[in-house]
Design a protein. Structure first.
Length: 229
């Protein structure tokens, strides 16, 4: 049974989440503040965490950072904060996904299922240990630093390779624009989102069967990009 830790201080929302999750055979633990969340996460090792950012004792960002100090458990943020800045802060701290309130319960459950599938899939629990990423369209050899489409090698620029490497070593995880710009171009380029659009378009032309409707290199508008295996 999949264990979910719900970190939320609204009793009515907690009750609704508990009823819906338990009806779908999730095991639910609850925490009403950040301190309790960190203690429960360490003691019970949940399979996924649903986290509100507006907690009574600390910002949810600090909970994300605390958990990321020792665990790669998927963290799905559930928050009333709608601005891109809040979303980027959460993603940069280590969150895997972000759902804004009010939300559809079906969407939340779908994202939870996706997060747990990625965690259970071979090669995704420790992204730094992945050496080969294979899709129906292309294969990425992270050791040899090569990309193949069938038997044909795909020629990538160093910048294209660096972007692809970051995304494919974190399958299913939303990587923020600011993190990609920082890691690939450096701190002076953190606002140059047009760079990302240009290079991601180039990657799609080289790797996707239909670049205008990408299957693997997904844009999350205003937030970042995601590789879906």
């Amino acid at each position: 049974m999949t264990r979910v830790l719900v970190v939320e201080d609204d009793p009515q929302l907690v009750r609704a989440l508990r009823i819906n999750l338990q009806a779908r055979k999730f095991e639910v633990a609850e925490a009403g503040d950040g301190g309790s969340a960190l203690r429960l996460a360490a003691a019970h090792k949940p399979d996924v965490i649903v986290l509100d950012l507006g907690l009574p004792d600390m910002d949810g960002i600090e909970v994300i950072k605390g958990v990321r100090g020792w665990s790669l458990v998927p963290i799905l943020v559930l928050s009333a904060r709608h601005t891109s800045e809040d979303k980027i802060r959460a993603l940069d701290a280590g969150a895997d996904d972000y759902v804004t309130k009010p939300f559809s319960m079906d969407e939340l459950l779908a994202r939870l299922r996706a997060a747990t599938r990625r965690q259970e899939a071979p090669g995704t629990a420790r992204p730094d240990k992945v050496t080969l990423v294979a899709t129906d369209e292309f294969t990425v050899d992270l050791v040899a630093k090569k990309v193949l489409r069938g038997e044909r090698a795909v020629r990538l620029t160093p910048t294209e390779w660096h972007l692809l490497e970051i995304l494919t070593t974190h399958p299913g995880r939303l990587i923020s624009q600011s993190r990609l710009l920082l890691e690939v171009w450096g701190p002076t380029y953190r606002e140059n989102t047009n760079y990302l659009r240009v290079y991601m378009a180039q990657l799609r032309r080289k790797l996707e069967a239909d670049p205008s409707h990408p299957r693997y290199l997904i844009t999350e508008p205003g937030m970042g990009y995601r590789f879906e295996p």
